[in-house]
Design a protein around this ligand. Structure first.
Ligand SMILES: Cc1cc2nc3c(=O)[nH]c(=O)nc-3n(C[C@H](O)[C@H](O)[C@H](O)COP(=O)(O)O)c2cc1C
Ligand code: SF4
Ligand code: SF4
Length: 283
């Protein structure tokens, strides 16, 4: 009874979770979602299908949405998902279930894991120190033991996400409209995806790492400087922002959202190398 664990990861949190889960589940393989997105139809082979990814703007990343639309999951008898996130509520499992229902499948189980935040735009952002990462990971390890038991025994477990974490300290009505606005922005991103969202500043050392880790291949080095090509969709993975060794990649301000990346630090998972991220492209 094989298990396929499909994953998408910008800075290694979801990759870490996918790897740790693979160690626990017999006869399981890891498959990067990005390596499959060029196909018109993505044929799965596992009897059990797992999907591991980060929360992006309260929902599933663009790449995961595309994967689900293209996936032919006839092989599967059981589907589960794990979202890794920073600090807000997550609304994406319903969307996943809707996409799966079109293929006569259900999201049988789903789970959320709190991990370090890889989005350094906010004024109050603090890049996590080793102690923060270790604390979060000991909880992740405990929860993975539970997930292993549920997945191996094909139990139904749909974790409810009822509390607001620290992201939205406003009142219920405000939260409701803010949530709708953020989700609408994410839908829009699926079509225009970060057209003029990034730039590199004078700290750029022309190393080319941003091009290597760019999961959508939006970044191309031209005259030794990175260029974010306008006609290529961005998956908003923030690998370019976080893996640039000189913190030269900046996020531009967008309407109503000022970016503080110039003064903030960066984060990527300590076990996720540039190679680990770029290998997702399968090139
Ligand atoms: C564009 C973007 C949007 C994000 N939005 C959210 C969010 O709405 N809620 C949240 O809790 N975390 C959010 N995060 C943080 C990530 O979900 C979190 O750090 C995740 O574990 C990163 O996983 P990865 O390293 O596998 O990419 C966001 C990160 C990015 C890059
Ligand atoms: S990773 Fe940073 S330093 Fe290297 S080329 Fe890209 S922007 Fe420049
Ligand atoms: S441009 Fe940056 S955020 Fe967009 S896909 Fe490439 S690496 Fe990820």
């Amino acid at each position: 009874m094989s298990t396929e664990i499909y994953y998408f990861s910008g800075t290694g949190n979801s990759l870490y979770v996918a790897r740790e889960l693979q160690k626990r589940i017999p006869d399981s393989t890891l498959i990067p979602i990005i390596s499959l997105l060029h196909k018109d139809i993505i044929q799965t082979n596992g009897k059990t299908i797992g999907i591991v990814f980060p929360v992006h703007a309260l929902t599933i990343p663009i790449a995961v949405s595309r994967f689900l639309k293209k996936a032919d999951m006839k092989s599967s008898k059981y589907v589960f998902a794990i979202a890794t996130r920073g600090h807000t509520i997550f609304r994406g499992f319903k969307k996943m279930d809707k996409l799966l229902k079109k293929k006569n499948k259900r999201l049988d189980s789903h789970f959320i894991l709190n991990m370090s935040v890889n989005d350094p735009r906010d004024k109050q952002y603090k890049s996590p120190v080793e102690d923060d990462i270790l604390k979060l990971e000991s909880v992740v390890q405990e929860k993975l033991d539970l997930i292993e038991n549920i997945v191996v025994n094909k139990k139904i477990s749909r974790e409810k996400d009822t509390e607001y974490l620290t992201g939205f300290p406003y009142n219920a009505v405000f939260n409701y409209f803010l949530e709708k606005l953020v989700l609408f922005g994410m839908t829009l991103s699926e079509y225009i995806g970060g057209v003029n969202y990034f730039c590199s500043d004078s700290k750029c050392t022309e190393c080319g790492i941003c091009e290597k880790v760019c999961l959508s291949q939006k970044i191309k080095m031209k005259d030794k400087k990175p260029v974010w090509q306008k006609d290529v969709l961005c998956y908003m993975c923030y690998a370019c922002v976080n893996y640039c060794p000189s913190q030269s990649v900046q996020i531009n301000d967008i309407p109503f959202v000022k970016s503080y990346t110039r003064q903030n630090g960066r984060y990527y998972h300590p076990y996720a190398t540039v190679k680990d991220i770029s290998n997702q492209k399968g090139m």
